[in-house]
Ligand binder design. Structure first.
Ligand SMILES: O=C(O)[C@@H](O)[C@H](O)[C@H](O)C(=O)CO
Length: 532
């Protein structure tokens, strides 16, 4: 790189006293990334290469004694300072983190509204951060489940680093989160913690006994009464036939069936959560989420109260908890169910959460435009956490569909024909309802429908790992072409991401009240891909 030009950039930045870098001479200096600390200057450069792909470098101008912290590819000495150019790598991220604490994640505890933005590709966070500036919502940028990491062949370090670099680039000093998502074992928790996650989402699915709900009354009673006598006495004395008022006019009542089902279904999970709390959450001061959203049965208010009450008695209060709500929160598509019943039951879950001092978390939270107004309104006072992930992947496919429709048709046919790849990982309607568009019926004239058709969205949303990691003769079949197309059109991707997530945020924050309003406000009235 032209080090003398970069040195001039540094001197120009140091000469600007009001922090307005919008008129810098060198437009390759990405202005939002500029940090000045006394006579030290830090920024990222953006340079388009011959293919139109943006190449990024870190530039640091710092006292020569401390500049050695950085991994430099090029160096220029200037009096008692050194100008270095380096890659956006882990060494340089760690060096920056000793100077700027805000590029490390924070807990959600002090934020009322928090939003998970799982980024399966690692290049969505810059756009998300530009959207979140000033919204009053904390973005949890690093959020990949163990399932996503495994299917996409990524590590938590990859996820963490891409998020942290985006935070530095965008100068996002307001706080962000890193969620070790859907961790199920102490090993997975430890993995998330040791790479620096500020939060873990403990997935209790393996500890929850879902067979209990199918027991008839006598079998249920027999199993409950096989517990230790002191356990039976404790549970009956504490809950049986008791009413618990969790808010004005909102009461949870335990019948014998409610109590026995809650104990037999969830008590192992409660003990598991308490163990993880003691071993990890307290020692590492972690932001703790407990999820039971991926169980096949709805979490009743009694189940939820019992879980929270037992944790509370052990002094455990998560930051968020994710029950499985009434209705369907399936991947990539809107809520399925009676929204009036959803609202009635959400009120009780919200009351339980407020009663015990945590917020509700909404998993598979993307695209649920029909219930965001309810969630935002009922959780407005206390706060909410909504989690999205695969929907950002689908916006990347929207770019592919626009820019290379034949490639998109090929990807869809592959995903459609190999959908069994994910049958052990996800449960969704398109697996069984047989109504997903047939590849033979798709062509360049209707290819964009794949990103709006519910079943096609679910096929594409879940087949990310198979698509990105298919190999033939030792070469990736799709990955390299996918990345080349996407990176050449990063600006279009960023635009789609912002449109899509803004619809989510406006409804959650009550800026608009209905799905139709959100779509009318944000969905492009014309093909914007021609503008990029
Ligand atoms: O696909 C995944 O594993 C994630 O999206 C995971 O389900 C996450 O917790 C989520 O709910 C995001 O919508």
């Amino acid at each position: 790189m032209d080090l003398q030009k970069l040195l001039k950039d540094v001197k120009e930045i140091l000469s600007i006293e009001d922090g307005d870098y919008s008129k810098l001479t060198d437009k390759e200096v990405y202005a939002p990334s500029i940090q000045v600390d006394r006579r030290n200057v830090y920024f990222v450069t953006h340079q388009k290469n011959s293919e139109g792909i943006t190449e990024k470098h870190l530039v640091v101008y710092e006292n020569r004694l401390t500049a050695k912290d950085f991994d430099a590819t090029e160096v220029l000495k200037d009096d008692d300072s050194t100008l270095i150019v380096g890659e956006l790598n882990e060494t340089n991220n760690n060096a920056l983190a000793t100077r700027f604490q805000w590029i490390r994640p924070a807990s959600r505890r002090n934020y009322k509204y928090t939003f998970g933005l799982g980024d399966r590709l690692g290049n969505a966070s810059n756009a998300h951060l530009r959207l979140f500036k000033g919204r009053g919502i904390m973005p949890v940028l690093a959020q990949q489940s163990i399932r996503e990491l495994m299917l996409m062949h990524r590590t938590n370090t990859d996820v963490f680093q891409s998020a942290s670099w985006a935070v530095f680039e965008e100068g996002f000093t307001y706080g962000w989160g890193a969620d070790g998502d859907h961790v199920k074992t102490p090993y997975e928790v430890d993995y998330a913690v040791k790479i620096g996650c500020s939060m873990i989402t403990l997935d209790c699915t393996e500890e929850i006994h879902n067979d209990v709900v199918n027991l008839d009354e006598s079998e249920l009673d027999k199993r409950f009464n096989s517990l230790d006598p002191d356990q039976i006495k404790y549970f009956n004395d504490a809950y049986l036939d008791k009413d618990f008022e969790v808010a004005d006019g909102v009461t949870v009542h335990f019948t014998k069936k409610d109590l026995e089902e809650s104990v037999l279904t969830f008590y192992d999970a409660i003990l598991f959560a308490e163990g993880i709390y003691t071993k990890f959450v307290v020692p590492y001061n972690l932001d703790f989420e407990i999820s039971m959203d991926e169980t096949p049965y709805q979490t009743t208010p009694e189940n939820h109260f019992f879980f929270a009450s037992e944790l509370n008695k052990q002094g455990v209060t998560p930051v968020t908890m994710a029950p499985r709500f009434y209705g369907e929160f399936q991947k990539a598509i809107d809520y399925i169910g009676d929204t009036e019943r959803f609202e009635r039951e959400y009120v009780v879950h919200e009351s339980i959460a407020e009663h015990f001092g945590y917020k509700l978390s909404i998993h598979s939270g993307s695209d649920k435009l029909s219930v965001y107004e309810i969630i935002g309104r009922l959780s407005k006072k206390h706060g909410w956490h909504v989690k999205t992930a695969g929907t950002n992947w689908l916006e990347a496919l929207r770019v592919i569909a626009h820019k290379d429709p034949d490639f998109m048709l090929e990807l869809y046919k592959f995903a459609y024909d190999n959908l069994d790849d994910v049958k052990d990982f996800y449960v969704f309607n398109a697996q069984t309802n047989g109504t997903a568009p047939k590849p033979a019926d798709m062509n360049k004239s209707n290819v964009m429908d794949l990103l709006d058709n519910d079943d096609a969205r679910q096929v594409l949303h879940t087949m990310y790992g198979s698509i990105m990691n298919l190999k033939h003769n030792f070469h990736y079949v799709y990955r390299d072409k996918f990345w080349n197309t996407l990176l050449k059109n990063q600006d279009l991707y960023d635009a789609y991401l912002n449109i899509h997530i803004a619809e989510h945020l406006d409804l959650l924050q009550g800026v608009v009240k209905t799905r139709a309003e959100a779509l009318e406000k944000y969905e492009p009235k014309e093909d914007i891909s021609k503008k990029f």
